[in-house]
Design a protein around this ligand. Structure first.
Ligand SMILES: Nc1ncnc2c1ncn2[C@@H]1O[C@H](COP(=O)(O)OP(=O)(O)OP(=O)(O)O)[C@@H](O)[C@H]1O
Ligand SMILES: [Mg+2]
Length: 287
């Protein structure tokens, strides 16, 4: 799909209900108010980037969308699911079948081959036929350019290759929405490009994507909408050319100056932080 096609698809989608809608979302951890009234909309087929300083609440927003965190106030909708109202584990698992989530740590199953990593959830969780799941897994490996690695184990792959397997594994559940949380931050600089290429392809195919990224040039290139967060609020949002070209807020300008400055361009990938007690088991669809 060309950018123009995507743009007209997005214009058409503008008349539909958005795929994701957050309204006045507030979330605190104890006394620490982390989200202070977030409004965010993602339309079908759009790529939306969330940018902003460390600790501003970007990952927390993504975790709210998957139901991993429950806000104290506000509403979150994904399709026709009112996420903030979900209570049972079964309902949350059903949501996570529809929403692919890829983050810095790949969390592939180390004892399974690449192919098996892609086949396990579709067969065990979605109950698909094994031969069909394998066919689909091979097509996905082709898409992420890793067909030649289907028999390898994760430990035999580079970081960039493992991350591409993690993306293919999420796609194997045929999600209607993909969330990417700094998926290139832990990678060697030379493998960042191959992962971004895969994401670019997905966006161009029209998959609805929300990306948290420090790769500003990438966000500018592929995003339909960009949200700039700081200290738990959306400072401003709009089409990528406006946010990057003519930001309204001095805070956005200052952030972009720093992020696009010399330091950011030459900085090596940030070391992976210690994960903050993320309930990975729940992300794995209780396999
Ligand atoms: N599980 C948790 N328990 C307590 N505080 C948390 C938890 N997760 C996040 N926080 C706090 O919430 C705030 C926002 O964190 P979040 O991870 O959303 O930031 P971020 O914008 O993704 O930052 P970064 O760019 O460093 O990934 C931070 O102050 C963080 O310490
Ligand atoms: Mg984060």
């Amino acid at each position: 799909m060309t950018a123009a096609d995507r743009s007209s698809a997005t214009t058409a989608a503008a008349h539909e209900a958005p795929l994701v809608a957050l309204r006045d979302v507030h979330l605190r951890f104890g006394a620490n108010e982390v989200l202070k009234g977030i409004d965010l909309v993602v339309r079908r087929g759009e790529a939306v980037s969330i940018i902003g300083p460390s600790g501003s609440g970007k990952s927390t927003i993504l975790r709210c969308i998957t139901g991993l965190l429950r806000p104290q106030r506000g509403a979150i909708r994904v399709g026709d699911t009112q996420v903030d109202a979900l209570r049972s584990e079964a309902e949350l698992i059903a949501l996570r079948k529809r929403v692919g989530f890829v983050f810095q740590q790949y969390n592939l199953f180390p004892h399974l081959t690449v192919l098996e990593n892609l086949v396990i959830a579709p067969t065990r969780v979605a109950g698909r036929d094994r031969a069909a799941a394998q066919r689909e897994a091979r097509a996905l490996l082709d898409k992420v350019r890793l067909s030649h690695k289907e028999a390898a184990y994760p430990g035999e792959l580079s970081g960039g290759q493992q991350q591409r397997v993690a993306i293919a594994r999420a796609l194997a559940m045929r999600p209607e929405l993909m969330l990417f949380d700094e998926v290139t931050s832990a990678l060697d600089p030379e493998t960042v490009g191959e992962v971004l290429t895969v994401i670019r392809d997905l966006v161009q195919e029209g998959l609805t994507c929300v990306l948290v990224t420090h790769e500003m040039r990438f966000a500018e290139e592929i995003s339909d909408q960009v949200y700039f967060t700081e200290a738990g609020v959306i400072v401003e949002h709009g089409p990528a050319p406006r946010i990057f070209g003519q930001p309204e807020s001095e805070r956005t300008r200052a952030f972009l100056r720093r992020a696009l400055g010399e330091g950011a361009r030459t900085a090596p990938a940030r070391p992976a932080p210690i994960p903050e007690a993320l309930p990975f088991e729940r992300l794995r669809f209780a396999l």
